[in-house]
Design a protein around this ligand. Structure first.
Ligand code: ADP
Ligand code: MG
Length: 464
């Protein structure tokens, strides 16, 4: 009797994904299999309803295959677990819409009970994502409002609004976070969705392995058939990798035609990606392109405060402002600095005050940021011309000193937020008119494409 069921299970295993099998079939037990009637038991009403709605025919067919006769399959929920007061299953939409019936409060999305067996967080982990990267954890400000809205829209209506969605922007600005937030949100709404998250490098590596093992079928199966949502991080890496692009091109087409959502991130917009074929770049632009910009100081503070709260780091406003002012262009660095400061304060039992934070930042060599400062510019230019920083700040006007000085003033004006008078002061107390004159002069050099303009370009690339 159980042998029939074991054989049927074996059949089923071939027909559904491993995940579906684990989730739904493995837990079924047999009450009776006799005379064309199979009575099966599962642990609760929810699973019973789900299987009845989705897999009853499949089970019948499997039984028929292994016994060569027709079966009537019935399911039972174990014990008296039928008190489904707080769970309503809306099977017509193939989704679970459950609510806390006694509560009159608005339904909190996070509290939707789906199934203990199909937790979206577990599904997120299986999909290659970090369940912490959710929209809830993402701070929205002017710099990311648009891309955040685009991501939310896609997560709420996969493959209907923007397909593909292409996100681009600088390092550490939250692209990966947003990409995974889309995946997490889709799974939270419907944990049966098959979401695949991976970097384009991982895509390439899997491709190489599959080619080596002559197993392209399962590679294509995985990406083209067994996938409802494809999230590809850092697509720029496939630039110049011809066979990866070729394969990705077909994956993209197959998914897009099948009405599956694709979201990608990149460090730059599609048309500026080096080594990417035109046909791919044009497809990347089919849907919506949204960029993540550098957050304002207010947003940086809000991110710090959110992170501090999550990690239990006591963070005063003035300390948040200090850190947010020191680290401007990378949220990852912002968070990393906060965690280091928090750890230092806690290890040395020192309160995280502005003075403490200043001292730590100085030691961590960030002071006013590892960003461009006038001092850094002066040092850089001095070493390029093999003179001393004090020469640049000094008063000598010989050409071998005055040209580097003017270059340094020009770069300071361009790459720091200091005004002409401030720059003058930091160059050993010079008048703002000399700074202005230096900038005019260098502008002319640049437009004239002289040797000096080349030196300036070289210095600028070192500054970044
Ligand atoms: P990118 O992929 O653009 O290099 P990440 O998504 O990896 O950047 O973000 C770096 C870190 O900064 C992550 O820990 C992420 O959670 C955090 N982060 C970035 N932007 C935000 C934001 N707006 N709100 C909250 N955390 C953010
Ligand atoms: Mg990233």
């Amino acid at each position: 009797m159980t042998e029939i069921w074991q054989n049927a299970l074996h059949e089923l295993k071939e027909k559904v994904s491993a995940h579906t099998w684990e989730t739904w079939f493995k837990t079924i037990s047999v009450i009776q299999i006799e005379a064309g009637v199979a009575e099966l038991e599962v642990s609760d009403d929810f699973i019973k309803a789900w299987i009845e709605d989705n897999y009853l025919d499949l089970i019948g067919e499997a039984l028929q295959t292994v016994t060569d006769r027709k079966w009537k399959v019935s399911l039972r929920a174990r014990g008296a677990s039928a008190q489904n007061d707080d769970v309503a299953v809306d099977l017509s939409s193939n989704r679970v819409a459950a609510r806390q019936s006694r509560s009159t409060e608005p339904l909190d999305q996070r509290d939707i009970f789906v199934s203990p067996r199909l937790d979206w967080r577990e599904r997120a982990l299986e999909s290659g994502m970090n369940p912490k990267y959710t929209f809830d954890e993402f701070v929205v400000g002017g710099s990311n409002q648009f891309v955040h809205a685009a991501c939310s829209a896609v997560a709420a209506n996969p493959a209907t609004v923007y397909n593909p969605l292409f996100i681009f922007g600088g390092v550490g600005l939250g692209k990966t976070h947003l990409l995974q937030a889309v995946g997490c949100e889709i799974l939270r709404r419907d944990p049966t969705q098959r979401v695949l998250y991976l970097s384009s490098e991982a895509f390439m590596n899997q491709l190489i392995t599959s080619l080596r093992n002559r197993d392209m079928n399962s590679f294509r199966m995985q990406f083209r058939n067994d996938c409802d949502v494809l999230l590809i991080d850092d697509i720029q890496f496939i630039g110049g990798k011809d066979s990866t692009q070729e394969e990705f091109f077909h994956t993209f087409n197959a998914l897009h035609q099948a009405g599956k959502q694709i979201v990608m991130t990149s460090d730059r917009p599609p048309r500026e990606l080096p080594g990417i074929e035109d046909r791919l770049a044009s497809r990347f632009s089919w849907g919506l392109i949204a960029d993540v910009q550098v957050p304002s100081v207010e947003t940086r503070m809000a991110i710090l405060e959110k992170k501090a709260e999550a990690d239990g780091i006591p963070l005063a406003k003035d300390v948040a402002l200090l850190i947010a002012s020191a680290i401007r262009s990378n949220v990852r660095e912002l968070e990393g600095t906060l965690i280091r400061l928090g750890a230092q304060a806690s290890l040395t039992s020192t309160p995280l005050t502005v003075d403490f934070a200043k001292e730590m930042l100085r030691r961590m060599n960030i002071e006013d940021g590892r960003h461009v400062t006038i001092d850094r510019i002066i040092k850089l230019v001095a070493s390029r011309f093999d003179i001393k920083p004090s020469d640049i700040k000094g008063a000598r006007r010989s050409r071998d000193i005055s040209i580097p000085r003017q270059i340094a003033m020009y770069l300071s004006r361009l790459h720091t937020e200091d005004s002409f008078p401030q720059i003058g002061r930091k160059f050993g107390g010079k008048d703002h008119t000399s700074v202005m004159a230096a900038c005019r002069r260098m502008d002319q050099e640049i437009t004239g494409r002289s040797d000096i303009s080349e030196i300036i370009a070289e210095l600028e690339s070192q500054l970044r």
